[in-house]
Design a protein around this ligand. Structure first.
Ligand code: ARG
Length: 287
């Protein structure tokens, strides 16, 4: 199949590992409240354009050979398109979410029910505030766990116990990067890209020592939420505006696949937020 990247027209390779993602259509997407610094309810959202951008993300994943599952959007939940924030799945075990803000609270119930209805193991509604894949990112066997704005640090231990993976706490300090996945993107089992300034000194030092080969991002890369990316280990689907980051990823041997999600940036969300990685779970392997 042929896809256009900003570098060349590429014959995309079938995905090295097929991924399964959960996504939610932006039928009710809007910015009607402000719960992060990106949101301004006086700036109108173009819902038709948002729908088109989201669909092109779905199409991109499918063209790359991945499977996209869909959860029904619910009226009155304009942020439900950012479904990644509603949970984390590891080896078929599902951890749900508990939102910090009342505006997003009910999203967690819908996604927890989806986990239950689709045969995930031990779906759990966490006790502490936990914004799922917004703040919890699996890198190989380790969960990188953000805190500072949304997810409660105690939720990191809860995730560790429930999912059976070590969680490493990272503290975010800049309100523009209020979720871990706005400041850090996972490229493969051993590599990340991140913006050091978004973290406190201890966390930045920890990331430096854990990932000496990390791609270090700049504020220019993050302006369009460039780190809010989804990688299958080879193709890196990222914001079309993050051209500098795409160049550096290309130099490192990755295949950047740009998708324009500009409407969603008005809400502080991007590609990764719209994509809940089911991490190898498959409908065929239910228990
Ligand atoms: N408006 C949403 C919020 O503030 C955007 C969430 C986007 N998700 C993310 N992981 N950054 O909660």
């Amino acid at each position: 199949m042929t896809m256009t990247s900003r570098f060349r027209t590429v014959e995309t390779q079938p995905a090295r590992s097929k991924r399964e993602y959960l996504m939610c259509a932006p039928t009710y997407f809007d910015v009607v409240y402000a719960i992060n610094d990106w949101m301004d309810p006086t700036v109108p959202v173009d819902r038709v354009l948002a729908q088109r951008q989201w669909q092109s993300l779905v199409d991109t994943y499918r063209q790359l050979g991945h499977v996209v599952h869909l959860i029904n959007p619910a009226p009155g939940l304009p942020d439900m398109v950012f479904v990644a924030d509603s949970g984390l799945v590891v080896d078929g075990v599902a951890l749900g979410a508990r939102y910090r803000t009342k505006e997003r609270g009910p999203e967690a119930d819908h996604v927890l029910r989806w986990f239950e209805d689709n045969g995930f193991r031990r779906p759990l509604r966490p006790r502490y505030v936990n914004e799922g894949g917004g703040d919890l990112l699996l890198v190989g066997e380790t969960i990188l766990a953000g805190t500072g704005f949304r997810t409660d640090e105690r939720a990191h231990t809860e995730a560790e116990v429930h999912l059976g993976r070590r969680a490493v706490t990272l503290r975010l300090i800049d309100p523009r990067y209020y979720h871990l996945n706005t400041a850090l993107g996972v490229l493969d089992d051993n590599t990340i890209a991140y913006l050091p300034e978004a973290f406190d000194q201890r966390s930045a030092a920890l990331l430096r020592s854990m990932f000496p080969d990390a791609v270090v991002a700049t504020e220019d890369d993050t302006r369009s939420l460039g780190l809010n990316l989804v990688s299958d280990g080879h193709h890196v689907v990222l914001s079309a505006q993050a051209t500098g980051l795409a160049d550096r990823l290309h130099d490192r041997g990755y295949d950047p696949v740009p998708v324009d999600m500009s409407e969603f940036a008005k809400s502080g969300g991007g590609i990764r937020c719209c994509t809940l990685d089911l991490n190898g779970w498959s409908r065929g392997v239910r228990s």
